[in-house]
Ligand binder design. Structure first.
Ligand code: SF4
Ligand code: SF4
Length: 328
């Protein structure tokens, strides 16, 4: 097994984006990512052979120590032994970025919601079926759905049902929770799919302020239904609610308390926390320390989650703050 710098996305993954396909969806590191497989993609033919050949080319360069500069600084890039084996795919990501049923205050689509929501999107399902038909998919990785609202994708139910039926062993969906999905419910019951539901609030008014839509009740109704689907299936957790802290908008203890209360009431055992990215970027750029109230609030969330016996999952900016201030 040869040792060299590479990453699991480059070796075995790809990301279906709104109008292109690339190796991964990572783009916040120094190199900026975007190792394109197909630019300006509109659903026309792209063969798996071409994709695997392109991967081979990148892998060869990695073996020769010529890592693509777009990968520089990416946390997925690791130096280790990589097996030389028949090519296969086991990481697939979907980011369609159109037709969203929410209007989150922190989302880049907020700049021109109408334009983003009317963007066309190609069908990825034919490629997925071909992948399985050619036995190029191998369990052991993960299929993830994120940017844009996955349940609004007209092929979402078909793709998830197909994956569940054909041996995918780990699927993760990030959802606004506004539209209920039978395929998500089935995946939870099958103990294969986890859903992360974006709450960002504990009260209706704040929900409206953050989400731009009045769907607070619908959100919690659906959260309860998903949670019910995971009942009686060992100790694993397949449903969680997420809270992105947005200073001046939802950063009060009342909001946190209500969110955790609703989460517990829905029978959900896990929460995800992060801090709004643009805000954190600004602090980093101007070298400003995080305000004391924010550090205290993060600590409060950790303590309350412990008291309520909730698992806490820290996403990037929350995780940095937690480690900088030794909060755990
Ligand atoms: S190293 Fe990072 S940027 Fe490069 S392909 Fe892997 S995940 Fe993408
Ligand atoms: S649900 Fe996702 S895509 Fe839709 S507005 Fe919110 S962050 Fe953007």
């Amino acid at each position: 097994m040869q040792e060299y710098k590479s990453c699991h996305w480059l070796q075995h993954g790809l990301s279906f984006e709104n109008d292109h396909i690339e190796m991964c969806c990572l783009c916040c590191h120094k190199g900026g990512g975007h190792l394109y497989i197909k630019e300006n993609y509109n659903g026309s033919d792209v063969s798996w052979d071409d994709i695997l050949n392109l991967k081979e080319k990148f892998i060869k360069e990695n073996k020769e120590g010529k890592t693509d500069p777009r990968c520089e600084g990416c946390f997925n890039l690791v130096y280790r032994g990589w097996a030389d084996e028949e090519p296969y795919i086991n990481y697939i990501h979907f980011n369609h970025w159109t037709h969203c049923n929410s209007d989150c205050i922190y989302c880049y689509t907020k700049w021109d919601k109408q334009a983003y929501n009317s963007r066309p999107h190609y069908q990825a399902f034919p490629m997925i079926k071909e992948l399985f038909k050619r036995k190029l998919f191998r369990p052991g990785g993960e299929v993830t759905f994120a940017g844009g609202e996955p349940t609004m994708l007209n092929e979402f139910e078909d793709i998830v049902n197909f994956l569940l039926k054909n041996g995918a062993d780990r699927i993760t969906v990030h959802s606004s929770g506004i539209k209920y999905s039978r395929a998500i419910e089935r995946g939870i019951k099958d103990k294969i799919l986890s859903v992360c539901l974006s709450a960002d609030s504990g009260t209706r008014d704040t929900y409206k302020a953050v989400k731009g839509v009045d769907k607070f009740d619908k959100f919690w109704e659906n959260a309860k239904k998903y949670s019910k689907a995971q009942k009686n299936i060992d100790n694993k957790i397949y449903v969680e609610t997420k809270f992105i802290l947005i200073p001046q908008i939802n950063t009060t203890k009342v909001e946190i308390d209500k969110w955790l209360e609703h989460t517990v009431e829905a029978g959900i055992k896990s929460v995800v926390v992060d801090i709004e990215n643009e805000y954190c970027k600004k602090l980093r750029t101007y070298n400003i320390a995080r305000p004391q109230y924010l550090v205290e609030l993060c600590n409060y969330i950790i303590q309350r989650a412990k008291e309520l016996d909730l698992r806490i999952v820290d996403y990037n900016n929350f995780s940095y703050l937690v480690s900088d201030y030794n909060l755990l």
